[in-house]
Design a protein around this ligand. Structure first.
Ligand SMILES: Nc1ncnc2c1ncn2[C@@H]1O[C@H](COP(=O)(O)OP(=O)(O)O)[C@@H](O)[C@H]1O
Ligand SMILES: [Mg+2]
Length: 352
């Protein structure tokens, strides 16, 4: 399948910047896909969106939209000719126009009857048919973002770019908007590149995730792959709480201060490695029979679960490991606790 958006070897250095904001980025976005672009503040997410939209020019590299080069060595198609929809962080409705007029703004090239039909269609998608006459100061934050989304979708963009559209919204409203956005994009068959610094946004609604660190693309893949099979330690740590345990490879597994961890892949005997495993991928086991054990030294109640911290029982090592257990669990400080891990969720990286 040909991608809708094809980014190749994009590098961007701002003239007043010492390093590069983006380094040799290549990325595809396919039709109907919702791709989340995540990364810390300053990692280059907005810069990449602005390059795609044509609001910035790259230092090197090419971008194709629908098989047509929009940026290249001798090409620069201006933003208004790229058929891109945009929703940014700030509520971006024109304040002197009501919702209907805001949406109509993008439909001026259509004949009147088609524009009217499209207006009602997008109002329906965002569930705002009865708010069409309101001005932005008469709308809640969530409603303003829904109206901005309707305006961006109205001209049927080939791709929609969203830059942290919900970062102003709080808690429950944010969760609700995240689900709504997913439904609206899927119902309308819209291809979207969605910037967020919220890992839950990315994991729960996107088809794929691309993770940027200081302008470098670290991993691109399905949410489950990034969470369960990170290809590097940065990705492993970025997507959620994770344990790091040092060990040495032996014939039977990886020897650590907690015992021997089973692993799937073969490593060089004696090689020093770092194991990563998430707290919820560790289960309790009978301490007399389990290969892995530790002493419970701290436990914190989280409402729906417990986070239990173990230290090795034998050595004086300062390592610790955190387990996520059901809140009903009765383990106590000082208990020797046996545990087991599933090798499918145990990732191993070079240790030095
Ligand atoms: N117009 C600009 N001029 C100079 N540096 C910029 C400009 N825009 C962004 N940068 C720099 O580029 C890097 C990436 O910024 P940005 O893309 O805004 O990151 P993010 O959206 O991931 O927070 C940052 O170091 C930022 O300071
Ligand atoms: Mg940004």
């Amino acid at each position: 399948m040909e991608p809708i958006l094809k980014i190749r070897n994009i590098t961007k250095k701002f003239s007043n910047q010492s390093g590069e904001a983006l380094k040799d980025i290549s990325l595809d976005v396919f039709k109907g896909e919702m791709l989340a672009l995540i990364g810390e503040s300053g990692s280059g997410k907005t810069t990449l969106l602005r390059l795609i939209a044509g609001l910035e020019s790259p230092t090197r590299g090419t971008i194709e939209l629908n098989g047509r080069q929009v940026v290249g060595d001798n090409t620069f198609i201006p933003p208004e000719k790229r058929k891109i929809g945009m929703v940014f962080q700030e509520y971006a409705l024109f304040p002197h126009m009501n919702v209907e007029q805001n949406i109509n703004y993008g439909l001026h090239q259509m004949d009147k009857a088609s524009a009217r039909k499209r207006l009602f269609e997008v109002l329906e998608w965002v569930n705002m048919a009865d708010l069409a006459n309101r001005y932005s100061h008469e709308l809640s934050g969530g409603q303003q973002q829904r109206a901005a989304l309707a305006r961006a979708l109205a001209p049927s963009p080939s791709i929609l770019l969203l830059d942290e559209p919900f970062s102003h919204l709080d808690g429950v409203l944010k969760d609700q908007m995240r689900e709504e956005l997913h439904t609206i994009l899927k119902n309308s068959g819209t291809t979207a590149l969605f910037v967020t610094h919220d890992t839950m946004d990315a994991l729960s609604v996107s088809d794929r995730i691309a993770l940027l660190q200081e302008g470098v693309l670290q991993q691109v893949g399905k949410p489950r792959d990034l969470y369960e099979k990170p290809t590097n330690l940065y990705t492993a740590g970025f997507l959620g709480k994770i344990n790091h345990i040092r060990g040495y490879c032996t014939k039977t597994g990886i020897l650590t201060d907690f015992g021997t961890f089973p692993v799937k892949r073969n490593f060089l005997e004696g090689e020093e490695v770092l194991i990563t495993i998430r707290p919820e991928h560790i289960q309790l086991a009978d301490k007399d029979r389990s290969e892995l054990k530790g002493v419970l030294y701290h436990s914190s109640y989280q409402g729906d679960h417990l986070l239990v911290h173990l230290r090795p029982s034998v050595s004086k090592s300062r390592h610790s490991i955190i387990l996520k257990l059901p809140a009903s669990n009765k383990v106590k400080i000082g208990d020797v606790v046996g545990f087991k891990v599933n090798p499918d969720f145990t990732n191993v990286f070079p240790g030095k």
